[in-house]
Design a protein around this ligand. Structure first.
Ligand code: SAH
Length: 379
């Protein structure tokens, strides 16, 4: 796996380069200011303008003289993403399409909660952030899989999704989920570099308790989070109660099967004492039986946990083959039955809403149109 670039370097047509500052920590900013012969305290100022005051442009940093701003802007930049498209769903979900400096498309989604406060404002506003361009894991129900992995995102690109969405939305974002395109554990360093900046109280983004990382079950990442004392929440994409079905749906299960994933989850719980969320998409006739409910209850009982039941959002596969052709959402009635069965087994169940389905912004639908079109024309 290619490491994520620690910082983005933009090359102009004349060959000159500019380094993106977003994603850098204080020590790295100190190196940047030292290179232009400025004292150390400038790095602290830059840090504050980058993360707390969220300047969009070096020229907006008004505590620096015009001349200093111009000097910094010669070799650096703050933003690297271009907002290419934006769509609002009937339920208020907004999908953002960003283009990276090297021409890739990534998506972020802003999801208002259904619950409202006294002023009829949504209680929560969750941003769903992408961590990779595409994904290498080839889960058979996920639209991103069709893009394959193009590259990892840098920490600055992960952070910038938040900044840009917040600017457009003009509303406070209260929660972050790493559930957009990509497998965050395969881009661990960049994701947790972004997490460190998001959760630094000085920067005033969101507390760790309102950030969730979702993984298909990359056990090294789960154990590393536990060892490194990461305070954000962990969600595991389970989606099947047997290794046979899980390996068919999620090829990663052949590398790390259910028992290995559950061992890592138990290790994580012992070290962190934090409740784990399991995500479970319901597929008609495949994983929605009484037997499945019993097995899910048995598996998830190993740690204090919740199970998030997710309706399957059908994907417009051009040429579904194998198991992909057999994936259908469970009927409303069986969905409710399954939830009731889990509850009867003592499982704490949450039902995830399907925000943004009409604009293909719901889970697993973040295959970028542009990329999908290329794929179709290749067939
Ligand atoms: N790679 C990570 C995070 C991205 S997916 C992971 O696997 O957890 C975020 C969630 O959306 C996962 O639970 C994923 O399984 C789910 N998802 C993917 N495709 C979906 C689809 N077509 N319908 C419903 N949920 C889907």
């Amino acid at each position: 796996m290619k490491p994520a670039p620690s910082s983005i370097l933009l090359t102009a047509p004349d060959g000159s380069t500019r380094q993106s500052l977003l994603g850098m920590n204080l020590a790295e900013l100190e190196t940047v200011v030292a290179a232009i012969g400025e004292p150390n305290y400038r790095a602290k100022q830059l840090h504050e303008w980058l993360y707390r005051r969220r300047a969009a442009d070096v020229m907006a940093i008004t505590s620096f003289s015009q001349q200093l701003r111009r000097r910094i802007a010669e070799t650096t930049t703050l933003r690297t993403l271009t907002l290419a498209d934006q769509q609002t769903s009937e339920d208020g979900t907004i999908k953002f399409l960003f283009r990276t400096h090297d021409g890739f498309n990534i998506e972020s989604v802003l999801i208002p909660s259904e619950a409202r406060d006294d002023q009829d404002e949504p209680k929560r506003r969750t941003i769903c952030i992408s961590t990779q361009v595409g994904c290498p894991l080839d889960c058979k129900f996920c639209a991103t899989a069709s893009m394959k992995l193009k590259r990892n995102l840098a920490a600055g690109e992960i952070l910038e999704q938040f900044l840009r969405v917040q600017e457009v939305a003009q509303q406070e974002i209260t929660n972050i989920v790493f559930m957009g395109m990509g497998e965050p554990m395969l881009n661990y360093d960049a994701v947790f570099r972004a997490v460190a900046l998001f959760t630094d109280p000085e920067n005033d983004f969101v507390p760790a308790s309102r950030i969730t990382i979702s993984t298909s079950g990359l056990v090294e990442g789960i154990r590393r989070m536990a060892d490194e004392g990461e305070k954000i929440k962990l969600a595991i994409s389970l989606h099947a109660s047997t290794n046979g079905l899980r390996s068919e749906l999620m090829p990663i299960n052949r590398r790390h099967d259910l028992s290995e994933v559950m061992d890592a989850v138990e290790y994580y719980y012992r070290k962190t004492r934090r409740t784990i969320t399991f995500e479970y998409i319901l597929f008609e006739g495949l994983n929605d039986t009484e037997e499945d409910a019993r097995r899910i209850a048995k598996l998830t009982r190993r740690v204090p946990s919740k199970v998030n039941i997710i309706p399957f959002h059908s994907i417009n596969f051009t040429n579904p083959t194998g198991i992909s052709a057999r994936l259908h959402p469970t009927t409303r009635q069986q969905f409710d039955n399954f939830v009731a069965m889990l509850r009867a087994h003592g499982v704490q169940v949450m039902v995830r809403s399907s925000s943004g389905q009409d604009i293909e912004a719901a889970c697993g639908q973040l295959a970028v149109k542009h990329g999908a079109a290329t794929l179709k024309s290749e067939m």
